[in-house]
Each structure stands twice: as C-alpha cells, then as structure tokens.
Write a protein that binds this ligand. Structure first.
Ligand SMILES: *Cc1c(COP(=O)(O)O)cnc(C)c1O
Length: 364
C-alpha cells in the first residue's frame, strides 16, 4: 500500500520501557522492578488526586467538558494569564503536534538542538518539514543564533531544561534569542522540567507571563507528567497569545482529554506542597549520583531536571549496560538511539537509588 511519503523516512518512536515488558521478558515481579526510564515522579501523585479519582469513577461514562474551562481557569490563575491564552493537550506532546501542524507545511524549516526531545523531529517530518539541528549535542545559544540567521526557520524548539541531556539555558539567553528572531517565527519553549530548574536556579526560571508580555510569537509548554506525577493521565498545556491559541484550537480534536485526567490535573494544582517536597528530595538524591560519578570517574551532565545523564567511556556500551540493568529489574533510558553512548537515569526514591548505585558499583 502507498502511504504518505513523508512516513518512509520515519522510524517509530522508541518510548521508555514499561514495567509490563520486564515482567514478560525476564519474569521479574512488578514489585521488584525499579522504573527510572521515563522521568516519572517516583513518589507517585498527590494523595488528593488519588482520592478524587477513586471518589469520582462514576464520571467515566460521561464525555468530558470539551471547553475544559475549569482546568484552563486554574492554569490561567496560576500563571497570571487569561483563560483564552491556554490550550490543553493529551500530554504536552499533543500540543507539540498542534504547533507543527498549525505552522508548518511541506518544506517549512524547523530548528532544534542536535540532541533533544525526539518528538519535535518526528512531528515535523510527518508534515514534510526540513529539520535543522545545531552542531553541538546540547543547547548552545550562539549556535542557535547562527543557524537561525543562516536558515531563517519557520519554527524553533528550545527545550529548557533539555531532555534527554539535562542541561538548561539561562533565561537571559532565551529572551535574547527570541528578541532577535522574526515575529513570524514560532518559538516553542518546552518547559516540561521548568518546575525543577526554577527550584534549583533562579537564572533558569522562565515565567510564561513575562515571555508572553514581551513576545507574541512564543508558546510555552508545560506538563503534568513529570513534577506532578501524572504521566499516566496524559495532560499537558500550552500558554501563548490568543492568536496562537485560536489557531491551535482549529487542530485540536474534540474531547482530547479524559474526564478523570482533567479532574486529576485540577486536583494536582491544589497541592503544590506535594510537588515542592518531591523537588527537594529530587535534588538531595541527585547529589548522590553526582558524588558516585566523581568517585568512579564517570562523566555526567549537570542537570536541572529529575534525571541525570551518565556518559559512558568507550569500554562500555550504553546498550549493554541498559540491558544488564534491565535483567536486574532496573529500567533506565539508553541514549544510543540519540547517537550518544550514555544512560539517562530518573532520580528515584532513596531506596531505589541505593539499588541503582549498588548495581553500578558491581558493573565497574
Ligand atoms: C516528557 C516531556 C514532554 C511531554 O510529556 P507529556 O507526557 O506528553 O506531557 C515534553 N517535552 C519534554 C522535553 C519531555 O521530557
């Protein structure tokens, strides 16, 4: 059968490995599996969310409120915006797709870092856009400026902080870059890990309101999948000018968020204390991974997120290390498919991290 020709050059996205796969392939019990491959919150979600979901299961038979007004209003209030500056997606992943489809057609140009969130490239290629990447793996603002001037892309992705490497541009660099870009270029600031960056370092904190007051050509993306611990519920959001949000709404399918997911996201916003406690533990535990790496001559990338990336030397392949850990019941992310010999580890609970570091000692 002939398909859309753009699909020919596309590989299927390799998602983080699920617990079910480890149970099936290695016969390990779910309770013995440590899942640190998808940057989920290892403490789960707020108890307020759990209670709300179990008390409202009867809602499952109803379609959700397609206007999603309650969640939009809560987000608008949190960020000091109007509700018509908010769009909700099935994960912020879906908003990335809306942005590409709203802005790009065949032969549009999209600029991104060499090693960044894989879905930017996949969605862009689906519509036949050209991908332009900076030469360095991580975000280097000078390279972005130079590539921008050279190629005049229609769209730019800035992942601040960056997944899968963990580095983070300063806010001042992000603002300077946008101020030099053409007002017709759509700049996406992917803030999937901004909660973490903000807590660690003020220079990295990007306030959506401040960006949107200065620039009409920017969309800020946030998600409930990481800090809020709702990866399984699939809720993300975009914040932008009314003009951009209106365009994206032409692409959004009806009822793109489940009724219990909407409820979970609303409840999660009522428990910021849960998120802040998690972030505090996250950075306390991250120090252990940094110290371990230093003590064992492992190169790591300083991280502003809930994961740390260990770069392996030539003697060890990340594919082998990831498989060995998997056989022991530990799921991490092998970055070989990104062209780097590195392992990305989500920071777990203290007990989970004990086990991971014990296994790494054994490995060395
Ligand atoms: C996890 C992640 C997302 C989106 O996750 P959703 O679960 O779709 O909300 C977006 N960007 C980056 C960089 C991420 O790591």
């Amino acid at each position: 059968m002939n398909f859309n020709q753009e699909l020919a050059g596309l590989a299927v996205y390799e998602a983080g490995k699920p617990i079910e796969l480890v149970v099936r392939e290695f016969g390990i019990q779910p309770c013995d599996i440590i899942k640190l491959g998808s940057n989920e919150n290892p403490y789960g979600c707020s108890p307020k969310v759990s209670v709300a979901i179990s008390e409202n299961s009867r809602l499952a038979s109803f379609y959700p409120d397609d206007s999603m007004i309650e969640l939009k209003e809560k987000l608008a209030k949190k960020y000091g915006l109007e509700q018509n500056q908010v769009i909700i997606g099935s994960g912020s992943d879906q908003i990335i797709e809306f942005c590409i489809r709203a802005k790009c057609t065949k032969n549009s140009k999209v600029l991104m870092a060499k090693t960044t969130f894989a879905m930017y490239e996949i969605y862009a290629k689906q519509v036949g856009a050209h991908i332009i990447k900076t030469p360095s793996h991580s975000h280097e603002i000078l390279e972005f400026k130079q590539m921008y001037a050279q190629h005049k892309p229609d769209m730019v992705f800035l992942c601040v902080p960056n997944n899968p490497l963990g580095e983070c541009l300063d806010k001042s660099d992000v603002f300077e870059f946008i101020s030099q870009a053409d007002p017709d270029t759509l700049v996406v600031i992917d803030g999937a890990y901004q909660e973490f960056a903000k807590a660690k370092d003020k220079a990295k904190a990007i306030e959506p309101k401040e960006v949107l007051e200065r620039f009409d050509n920017v969309i800020y993306l946030g998600t409930f999948s990481k800090a809020y611990g709702l990866g399984g519920m699939r809720v993300g959001y975009g914040l932008a000018s009314r003009e951009i949000i209106e365009a994206l709404h032409k692409i959004r399918p009806p009822f793109n968020i489940g009724v219990l997911s909407l409820l979970a996201a609303k409840k999660a916003l009522e428990d910021e204390a849960f998120v802040q406690t998690y972030i505090k533990h996250n950075f306390e535990e991250m120090i252990r991974y940094e110290s371990f790496a230093r003590a064992n001559q492992i190169v790591f990338i300083p991280s502003w997120t809930n994961f740390i990336t260990y770069i392996l030397d030539d003697k060890k392949s990340s594919t082998e290390v990831a498989l060995w850990l998997l056989q022991k019941g530990v799921i991490v992310r092998n970055l070989a498919s990104y062209g780097v010999n590195a392992i990305r580890i989500t920071i777990g609970t203290p007990q989970q991290n004990d086990r991971v570091l014990e296994l790494f000692s054994e490995l060395l």
